[in-house]
Design a protein. Structure first.
Length: 142
């Protein structure tokens, strides 16, 4: 997984203490986005290396994956999110894509990441993604 940065204990990327994975820039170029790096920038981390860092942080409440675009590395992000859930953490993914486009797509890796996402933060709204996907619709917005 190509990573642009890690915040091991953030209080500003979702509720509670969060382990934040920053991915390199994406192709969407949304106005005001902080992911100004190109898609080739960053460092390659194995899942085990990321989990070692995550496990070194006591009392975390959750994992936030932001970027960049998590759904550009969907298979790797889904594995990380699954491992976070196994540790009792909640998962937020920030994306420039819409829930509707992701849920309607036929990309199995993107659907797997969507299923492992508790809160999907897209431009202008956040959704309870796993619940919405299971129900086949958007259930809640916050």
């Amino acid at each position: 997984m190509i990573i642009a940065g890690i915040r091991q204990c953030s209080l500003s990327n979702g509720p509670g203490k969060r382990f934040v994975v920053l991915l390199p820039g994406c192709q969407h170029h949304c106005t005001g986005c902080s992911a100004s790096q190109g898609p080739g920038s960053g460092v390659d981390f194995s899942l085990e290396e990321l989990l070692d860092q995550l496990d070194s942080q006591p009392e975390l409440d959750g994992l936030t994956i932001t970027g960049g675009e998590p759904f550009d590395q969907a298979a790797e992000c889904a594995e990380l999110c699954r491992a976070a859930h196994d540790r009792g953490l909640n998962v937020r993914c920030h994306t420039s894509l819409t829930f509707e486009d992701l849920a309607a797509g036929e990309n199995p890796d993107r659907l797997a990441l969507l299923r492992e996402t508790d809160v999907l933060v897209e431009a202008g709204r956040s959704l309870r993604a796993a619940e919405s996907l299971a129900a086949g619709q958007v259930l809640t917005e916050s």
